[in-house]
Design a protein around this ligand. Structure first.
Ligand SMILES: *Cc1c(COP(=O)(O)O)cnc(C)c1O
Length: 416
C-alpha cells in the first residue's frame, strides 16, 4: 500500500489513520481488518516464490508501487503491514514504519542496524533503564563505545557529538524519565549532520509522541516507541515501533527484525491497530488531567516541588519545551519534603491511582522510581539525574481529574 492514502489525498493524520492502508476487499469486506494468524503464505507458482524471495532478500528492487508477496510471518504478515501503514501518518515526517514485539525490541534492533564495532554512540542520560542496560551490558562488550551526556545540556551535547570519534548513533530520550528534563532535538540533529560520520539520530519519543512531539520534523532520522505505553494505551499489551522518512533505514531495520524474529505478532498488531485512532484523544485528555493536577498540587506544603513542563523555571528548559512540544503531556513528578517515608505513606493511601510501573494507560498509575524503575542506577547517577528519595512519578489517566485531585489531596493529608 502506498505512502499517501491514494483514495483520500491530502487528509490530515487523524483522518488518515482511519482511511489509509487497509483495504476491506482483502478481508472479505470486513469493515475492520481480519486477523491473519498464518505462519506461512501460499505462492501462485514457483516463479512467484522465487520473485518474492529475490525482493525480500534484497537481490532485486520491487517495481514502482509493487508490494512483495508475503512469504513467512517472521519477515512480515498482513496485520503488521496494516499496522505499519496506519501508524505512519501519526508521526509527522514519517513515511515508513516497522513494528516490534516490545519497545526494547525496537530499540535493540535499531542499534544493531546502525552500530558497528569500534564506533561510538552518544546518548543522553538518564535513559530508560532497559536502554542503559543495553548500552552498558551488551553494546560496550561488543566494542561500541558509549559516550554519556547530561539530558538538557544543549552546548554539552553539541560538544560531545562534535568530539565523538567514529560516531554511528546519537541517541536522545526527551523528556527524560522521571524528571522530564528536555533535550533540544533540532540542535543535536544539526551537530550530527556536521559530523563527518553522519551518525543516525534516534529519538525515544515514548513520553510525548506521536501527538505532542515530532522528532523527524526536527531533523532526527528515527523515532522509536514503546507502543506498550500511549500507543496501546490500556496497559494490556507490549509493542514497539520504529518510524523514519528514509525507506532505506527502515528496510535495514526490517532485515535485522527478520533475523531476530522480534516482529509483533498478528493478534497484537490487530489490537494495537484498533487503538491508533484514539491515541490523540487519550493523550489530549491525559495531558489536560496532568496539567490540572500538577498545577493544583504545586505549592502544597508537603511537596518540595512539582515537576511539569508548564511549571519549568529554568529558562533553557522553558525554551526547549516551547519550541519542540505542542502540549506538556500526561506525566508529572512530585517530590516530598519528608523523603521516602512520606512518599511511601502517600502511595499507601491512594485509593484511585494505583501503584505500578509503566505509564500511558487510561488508568492513572504512580511509582517511586528510586526504589523500583531506577533502582539499578548508581548513587552518583541517581544524584546527577535528580532521582531522589522523595520523588514519585505519576502517569495521569483519563479519569475525571477532580476525583484524582481529591484522591491525591486526601493521601497528602495523611502526612499530617
Ligand atoms: C517502557 C519504555 C521503554 C521500553 O519499552 P517496552 O515496551 O517495555 O520494551 C523504552 N523507553 C521508554 C521511554 C519507556 O517508557
Amino acid at each position: 500500500m502506498s505512502e499517501h492514502d491514494p483514495h483520500h489525498p491530502g487528509v490530515r493524520p487523524r483522518t488518515a489513520v482511519l482511511t489509509r492502508g487497509f483495504d476491506p476487499s482483502l478481508s472479505l469486506g470486513s469493515a475492520r481488518p481480519a486477523v491473519f494468524r498464518s505462519s506461512t503464505y501460499v505462492f501462485a507458482n514457483p516463479e512467484a516464490a522465487e520473485h518474492a524471495f529475490a525482493i525480500t532478500t534484497g537481490k532485486i528492487e520491487p517495481a514502482a508501487g509493487e508490494r512483495a508477496d508475503l512469504i513467512y510471518s517472521r519477515f512480515s504478515h498482513p496485520n503488521a503491514e496494516i499496522l505499519e501503514d496506519h501508524v505512519v501518518p501519526l508521526e509527522a515526517g514519517a513515511r515508513h514504519a516497522a513494528v516490534f514485539n516490545s519497545g526494547m525490541a525496537a530499540i535493540m534492533t535499531a542499534f544493531f542496524a546502525c552500530a558497528r564495532p569500534h564506533t561510538s554512540i552518544v546518548y543522553t542520560t538518564p535513559l530508560y533503564g532497559g536502554t542503559t542496560g543495553l548500552i552498558h551490558q551488551f553494546l560496550e562488550p561488543f566494542g561500541v563505545r558509549g559516550i554519556a551526556v547530561a539530558a538538557g545540556d544543549t552546548a554539552g551535547i553539541d560538544g560531545a557529538i562534535a568530539a565523538a570519534e567514529d560516531c554511528s548513533i546519537v541517541y536522545i530520550e526527551t523528556p527524560a524519565n522521571p524528571t522530564l528534563i528536555m533535550t533540544d532535538i533540532e540542535r543535536a540533529a544539526i551537530a550530527a549532520v556536521r559530523h563527518p560520520n553522519h551518525p543516525v539520530v534516534m529519538v525515544d519519543n515514548t513520553f510525548l509522541g506521536p501527538t505532542f512531539q515530532h522528532p523527524l520534523e526536527l531533523g532526527a532520522d528515527l523515532a522509536l516507541y514503546s507502543a506498550t505505553k500511549y500507543l496501546a494505551g490500556f496497559s494490556d499489551m507490549l509493542g514497539g515501533v520504529a518510524l523514519a522518512a528514509s525507506e532505506e533505514l527502515i528496510r535495514k531495520i526490517r532485515s535485522r527484525r527478520s533475523m531476530f524474529g522480534n516482529i509483533l505478532q498478528p493478534d497484537e498488531c490487530w489490537m494495537l491497530d484498533s487503538r491508533l485512532p484514539t491515541v490523540s484523544l487519550r493523550m489530549n485528555r491525559q495531558s489536560k488531567n496532568a496539567q490540572r493536577l500538577a498545577e493544583a498540587l504545586a505549592g502544597n506544603k508537603h511537596l518540595l516541588r512539582v515537576i511539569y513542563p508548564t511549571l519549568f523555571e529554568d529558562a533553557e528548559q522553558r525554551r526547549i519545551f516551547e519550541k519542540q512540544c505542542a502540549f506538556p503531556g500526561g506525566i508529572f513528578s512530585i517530590e516530598f519534603r519528608g523523603g521516602k517515608p512520606a512518599a511511601f505513606e502517600f502511595l499507601r493511601h491512594l485509593r484511585l491511582a494505583r501503584s505500578a510501573v509503566s505509564l500511558g494507560g487510561v488508568e492513572s498509575l504512580t511509582c517511586h522510581p528510586k526504589s523500583t524503575t531506577h533502582s539499578g542506577m548508581s548513587a552518583a547517577e541517581l544524584e546527577a539525574s535528580g532521582v531522589t528519595d522523595g520523588l514519585v512519578r505519576i502517569s495521569a489517566g483519563i479519569e475525571d481529574w477532580r476525583d484524582l485531585l481529591a484522591d491525591f489531596e486526601q493521601a497528602l493529608e495523611t502526612l499530617g
